[in-house]
Design a protein around this ligand. Structure first.
Ligand code: FAD
Ligand code: SF4
Ligand code: SF4
Length: 391
């Protein structure tokens, strides 16, 4: 069924190369600007009331969410920020009333999408009013790590870098007077590179969105100039087809060799995720209780991990009251403070890494909750068979 009228010749499962025809967007975009071009079209045609995207914050290593209602404001939101580690699901509940009364378009990485799905399950977000354009994700680098890595490994001041990108397994920087790329494997072996939760992440192509976009598989003369779009829903098919019909986006069939390459890269990334899981979980297994106790003994009870968890929506003010298991005012809190949180999210943690990223005491919280989730899933998997366990 054509949701937006017309008779689009596009369907779920189609794979195309796509790019915008808007020059201003194309100039700022990462790979041809299909994503931003589609948002412009959706706003102009009033298919959505607002789009929630990410734009550069105070510097290249900072990302901030932006709620855009006028399409002329979109061009500054084009481009990929690999050091922008924020998560968008709670922005929808906090600032957009859970999309309960407005149609909202959102650009999502896999973890944004999983966070949204968990909040939909809790009836905090209305999925009917959401339009989701997914971007493939090989991982992100925390802003502090990015600065340290560029200083130590690249021998460059992070302040003179004007562009960063991750391409063909390398983290590449462009700066006044040059550019330099180092393979992510080499960086990670040396203790730098992607966030640890990203290394373990296995949601590389966000197929639960309406469209999944990325650079993997774009070969030939379109390499670097177009994005590879996999159509994942009827809604996605209609938007893409209508935008193409009206000349806002151009598309061509994806090169079959490119489709093959994309599948191979995705497979390799999944294997890499398994490798990191094995490594990280083995370290934890060697002394689980000792590690959790030692690490959490630094906790200053700031509640940041709870406030920023996309799955949990308990208010910190409620948790400050004395409870059955955790006394008020105790710092560091007793082990039950953490055990209660781990139990609470044991079957829903999406491994987005926000708890760890925003913990002022650098406690490896994501590792603990991810290990609990993966162990729990393995029980369901053995009973129910392979379902979509992507975290
Ligand atoms: P544009 O028109 O430039 O639009 C990009 C959109 O992404 C904008 O809406 C922007 O707000 C949003 N965005 C930018 N940074 C973030 C962020 N940190 N979180 C959420 N949204 C953001 N593709 C691959 O095939 N393989 C990869 O390994 C891969 N890794 C990626 C890692 C990250 C962190 C990101 C953000 C993207 C990644 N991509 C990857 C997708 C790719 O870089 C392009 O975003 C995609 O091809 C769309 O290109 P475009 O020119 O159409 O997008
Ligand atoms: Fe990307 Fe996964 Fe890391 Fe999220 S957790 S930023 S989807 S690699
Ligand atoms: Fe404790 Fe860190 Fe959570 Fe703050 S974010 S409550 S310091 S574990």
């Amino acid at each position: 069924m054509a949701l937006f009228g017309g008779a689009p010749a596009m369907k779920k499962g189609d794979m195309v190369y796509a790019w915008t025809t808007d020059k201003a967007i194309a100039e700022k975009a990462e790979l041809g600007g299909a994503v931003t071009g589609l948002w412009k079209y959706a706003l102009d045609k009033k298919l959505v009331d607002a789009v929630l995207v990410v734009k550069k914050g105070s510097d290249l290593y900072d990302a901030k969410p932006a709620i855009i209602t006028k399409s002329e404001d979109l061009k500054n939101t084009a481009g990929s920020l690999h050091c922008g580690t924020l998560l968008l699901s709670k922005v929808i509940t906090r600032y957009l009333n859970g999309a309960k009364d407005k149609k909202i378009g959102v650009t999502v990485k896999g973890c944004d999408l999983m966070g949204i799905i968990e909040l939909v399950r809790r009836k905090e977000i209305n999925p009917e009013n959401l339009f989701l354009i997914g971007v493939n994700c090989g991982g992100s680098v925390s802003p502090i790590m990015a600065r340290k890595m560029i200083t130590d490994k690249y021998g460059v001041s992070p302040d003179i870098v004007h562009k960063e990108e991750i391409d063909k397994g390398q983290f590449i920087i462009e700066y006044e007077g040059g550019h330099k790329g180092i393979s992510m494997d080499e960086l990670e072996e040396a203790g730098y590179g992607r966030r640890t939760n990203c290394r373990r992440c296995k949601y590389k192509v966000p197929r639960q969105a309406d469209l999944a976009c990325g650079n993997w598989g774009v070969i030939g003369e379109k390499a670097g100039k177009a994005t590879f779009v996999e159509v994942c829903s009827d809604k996605g098919a209609n938007l893409l087809a209508q935008a193409a019909k009206d000349g806002v986006i151009q598309t061509e069939a994806a090169n079959p060799k490119g489709v093959e390459i994309r599948a191979k890269v995705e497979g390799a990334m999944l294997k890499l995720g398994d490798k990191w899981r094995k490594k990280d979980f083995a370290k934890l297994k060697a002394d689980t209780w000792g590690t959790i106790n030692r690490e959490t003994s630094r906790c200053i009870r700031c509640y940041s991990c709870i406030e920023n968890c996309p799955v949990c929506f308990t208010k910190a003010t409620d948790l400050k009251k004395p409870s059955l298991m955790v006394g008020a005012g105790e710092v560091p809190p007793n082990a039950m403070f953490h055990m209660r949180r781990f139990a609470h999210i044991s079957d829903t943690c999406v491994n987005c890494g926000q708890c760890e990223e925003l913990c002022p005491m650098d406690i490896p919280l994501a590792l603990f909750s991810h290990a609990i989730r993966v162990e729990g899933d393995s029980v369901y998997k053995s009973k129910l068979g392979e379902a979509t366990y992507t975290n």
